[in-house]
Design a protein around this ligand. Structure first.
Ligand code: ADP
Length: 477
């Protein structure tokens, strides 16, 4: 089984969030199941540098305004197909913009989708996929190009990593997409009078997946559907939730080069050295109060406004805070101000730092995820594996992966974290209060850490579900 995965970011080469982790980890998880996955990615500068010496597999004299090529390359253990299109991707700055979105994002990701559909229809050319797997809006036009082009029945899957990002553009771009006029219709790419990339993919794909069972249910309701709940309900039987796993080699507390001290469930005491390093990095005075961390985009979705609003109350409840993140400028400011008010007990690093993220998971006592919605969430999975107790809002993948420390779960030894109602400051403060109390009971706390470390957060089961899905699409095709 050969699968062409199409993603706008991939770990360890280019990453802004969880999509990169998933795109980077899936191929290795699928290999042992007889699925050979290659990933088509944009030729950003970091990707081109890693993919030097690749072989040209396709060439375009003009792909959305310039010459382009698809280059086959191996990089960082991944089999890549790199869309080398300098006019679209070879520029300094962020993957999707610099502050504001790049104005030509529709052209950049239509080109990615076009190349994906061409590879699906005619091969690379020595490598011919059986299934196309498109991730998020940036790849979602690919099934639409297939549907209205050379291979209308080609098996395809679209995975929604976050329904909040849909790739919605004005109708004026339609003539440049190279789709036939009939595609500009309600059951095609048209969306509220414009063009919707994700919507087009959801309409055209053979199957739709999202990254947790709870989010798969939530997005079919108006509260979480972001305008697409109607369509997702129409396609109801094709929408499934497959929980993300994590790369258990890159995230292994027993052999993590970014920790001050490696540890396992049997040597939890060694976490103390990581904790001291966290205290130093965040300017926290040494002490016995639990350190709760945040490793996150600082946005409304992640509930960072709720956290900022409760800052003083949480610090008053007997915990310390270490925050790593960047995002919304106003939220950065509010959290910086909170940390300044509680110097020595709260610290914040504004920015993106993969190594520090590992250290925090291995040294902090708990991680806070007050998300308003969370398709899957990966940081709570890393936390479980690192004995860092997740304190999470009851939504999406958070609800599917954490077992709340209610009385019954604690006495049964099943609890792995704490859960509270999303978008609610009182609920967040309550959960943090419960966390501080539980932390005071050394034995109960260590039992919860160990129970979390026993949870299966690997790709094992979920990779098998993707493999089954690919096979069922091919047999239907
Ligand atoms: P999302 O994709 O919505 O941002 P996820 O939880 O699915 O959220 O994935 C976030 C990923 O990005 C995780 O791997 C997390 O460790 C990482 N991450 C987020 N913010 C930072 C940061 N400031 N520094 C380092 N890693 C971060």
């Amino acid at each position: 089984m050969k699968v062409l995965s199409v993603a706008s970011e991939i770990q360890p080469l280019v990453k802004t969030g969880g999509l990169a982790d998933v795109a980077g980890a899936l191929p290795a998880a699928l290999g042992p199941l007889g699925v050979e996955m290659r990933t088509l990615v944009p030729g950003y500068p970091a990707v081109l540098a890693a993919a030097k010496g690749g072989r040209k597999a396709r060439a375009y004299a003009d792909l959305f305004g310039g010459g382009a090529a698809v280059v086959e390359a191996q990089a960082a253990g991944l089999s890549l197909l790199v869309l080398d299109a300098p006019h679209l991707f070879d520029r300094p700055g962020g993957l999707y913009g610099n502050g504001a979105d790049w104005p030509d994002n529709w052209r950049r990701f239509a080109a990615l989708a076009r190349a994906a559909a061409d590879i699906a229809a005619d091969g690379a050319p020595a490598w011919r996929p059986d299934v196309l797997h498109a991730h998020d809006w940036q790849a979602a036009l690919a099934p639409a190009y297939l549907r209205y082009g050379a291979a209308p029945r080609f098996p395809s899957v679209v995975t929604i990593h976050n329904l909040a990002f849909q790739g919605h553009f004005p109708a004026s771009i339609f003539p440049e997409l190279g789709l036939p006029p009939q595609a500009m219709s309600v059951d095609g790419v048209e969306y509220y009078g414009g063009v919707g990339f994700l919507k087009a993919g959801l309409q055209a794909a053979g199957a739709i997946t999202t990254v947790s069972p709870t989010y798969a249910r939530e997005i079919r309701t108006p509260a979480f559907g972001m305008g697409l709940d109607g369509l997702l309900n129409l396609r109801g039987e094709s929408v499934v939730g497959i929980l993300n796993g994590i790369d258990t080699e890159a995230w292994n507390p027993a052999a993590d080069p970014y920790l001050a001290a490696a540890f396992s469930a049997r040597t939890l005491g060694a976490r103390a050295r990581n904790r001291r390093t966290v205290e130093e990095r965040f300017g926290l005075e040494p002490g016995g109060e639990p350190i709760a961390c945040v490793i996150s985009r600082l946005t409304w979705q992640k509930g960072m406004d709720v956290l900022a609003g409760e800052f003083d109350r949480l610090l008053g409840a007997g915990l310390r805070l270490a925050i790593l993140g960047s995002g919304d400028r106003a939220l950065e400011g509010a959290l910086l101000a909170g940390a300044a008010r509680h110097r020595g007990r709260a610290g914040i690093v504004v920015g993106y730092d993969e190594e520090l993220a590992h250290l925090m998971q291995g040294g902090c006592d708990a991680i806070l995820l007050p998300s308003r919605f969370e398709p899957c969430g990966l940081t709570q999975l890393y936390a479980l594996r690192y004995g860092c107790v997740p304190v999470v809002a009851r939504t999406g993948g958070l609800a599917d992966t954490v077992i709340d420390a209610n009385e019954a779960a604690v006495s049964a030894g099943a609890a792995t974290g704490l859960m509270f109602t999303p978008g609610n400051g009182d609920a967040l403060a309550d959960a943090c209060g419960r966390m501080v109390e539980l932390h005071g009971d050394r034995r109960a706390w260590a039992a919860m850490q160990r129970q979390g470390m026993r949870a299966d957060v690997s790709w094992g089961r979920s990779a098998a579900r993707y493999a089954d899905l690919y096979r069922s699409l091919v047999s239907k095709g």
